[in-house]
Write a protein of this length. Structure first.
Length: 363
């Protein structure tokens, strides 16, 4: 909050804060209302910031689009594991109600200092201990019954015989490969491999086998297509969903900032806002995450203050660059700071196009 006001010119009355200690607590409904408030009445030239510092977790994916079978979520104060499909805030919700609610001409920065947050915005363009620091992971452990619902990647193997080419024709035939389902998915996303297997009858027979398709679907490898037709029978996130894709009940904070002069009311998805579809919208949106999807983000005592390690690294990196730095440069500085403090987490930068990685953090 101090950085928004002192370094970026935000007015205090344009900043909404939700914590356990505030009158407006970070429940699921309040967080969602806060996002709606943040994206309402936006006009060209406006700048907004969303900062979530709290618990993150994973729940079983119900869409079939997550490669690892897990959906990344923010954990509100009133979460209920027994209602896991409705009581968390999913990465899909963030993409639909924050990313895609940004009109063209408006800038949005989102910060996710929580576990399993690498693909919290569900975007394609991403760049991936000292005990005295009192390091604690910001991870909410799922209950055992939920863990049993997660796919177990190595329960079956997929054998593929690649068609012989070149010298292999004389050397005795095709080479045989063996993959786990997730590794197989990654190979199918390789255009050269997919093209090589496209006309192989034995491979196509396997891909069209109902039992094989059922096994793959159990591992979150939902069958997708390009315009309804997938020439390779591939499984994956070809519809544009992120392929790797709160509030802290124990004292974390959420900051949502609108620029001074920002209006409330109305809806921020005017004529310039992207429609919800498979592709990343062409809007000025950037998000930093405290770690990759498969990692946890730490709380620690830094500079004598208990705080999120990523938030500490982000704010101090901005100061080091005198608030004049590109997003990609800032990411590298944050990585360096966390590494020097021996934090294993790797922060992630996501945006809507490669060109925006070099944009200045000129909020």
């Amino acid at each position: 909050k101090k950085a928004l006001i002192q370094s970026f010119g935000f007015a205090e009355h344009d900043i909404k804060v939700q914590t356990e200690d505030e009158q407006e607590k970070p429940t699921k409904a309040n967080i969602e209302r806060g996002i709606s408030w943040l994206t309402s009445g936006l006009q060209e030239g406006d700048v907004i910031v969303f900062h979530y510092s709290g618990h993150g977790s994973q729940i079983p994916d119900s869409t079939g689009k997550e490669k690892d079978g897990k959906t990344e979520v923010l954990v509100p104060l009133d979460f209920d594991h027994n209602q896991y499909q409705t009581s968390f805030i999913t990465d899909t919700y963030i993409n639909e109600h924050l990313v895609r609610a940004i009109p063209k001409g408006v800038k949005c920065l989102a910060l996710f200092d929580c576990c399993h947050s690498g693909s919290a915005s569900n975007l394609y363009t991403m760049r991936s201990i000292d005990n005295s620091l009192n390091i604690k992971p910001r991870y909410l452990e799922p209950p055992e019954w939920m863990k049993e619902m997660f796919p177990k990647d190595e329960e079956f193997k997929i054998k593929v015989r690649a068609p012989p080419v070149g010298d292999e024709l004389e050397a005795g035939g095709p080479e045989e490969f063996e993959f786990g389902p997730q590794e197989f998915q990654e190979m199918m996303n390789d255009p050269e491999f997919a093209q090589m297997m496209a006309n192989d009858p034995e491979f196509q027979q396997m891909m069209n086998d109902p039992q094989f398709q059922q096994m793959m679907s159990q591992y979150g490898q939902g069958q997708d297509s390009y315009d309804g037709q997938d020439p390779y029978g591939g499984y994956g996130d070809q519809d544009g969903q992120d392929p790797y894709g709160g509030q802290d009940p124990y004292g974390g904070q959420q900051y949502e900032g609108q620029p001074h002069g920002g209006q409330q009311g109305g809806h921020g998805s005017g004529d310039g806002a992207a429609a919800i579809n498979g592709a990343d919208p062409d809007v000025d949106y950037w998000s930093f995450s405290g770690c990759r999807d498969d990692q946890t983000s730490a709380d620690a005592t830094l500079d004598g203050i208990p705080q999120g390690a990523f938030t500490w690294g982000y704010l101090n990196s901005l100061k080091d660059h005198n608030y004049d730095v590109s997003f990609e440069q800032l990411l590298n500085t944050i990585k360096s700071k966390l590494s020097k403090k021996t934090f294993p987490q790797v922060p992630v930068l996501a945006t809507t196009s490669e060109s925006r990685l070099q944009a200045k953090v000129s909020l």
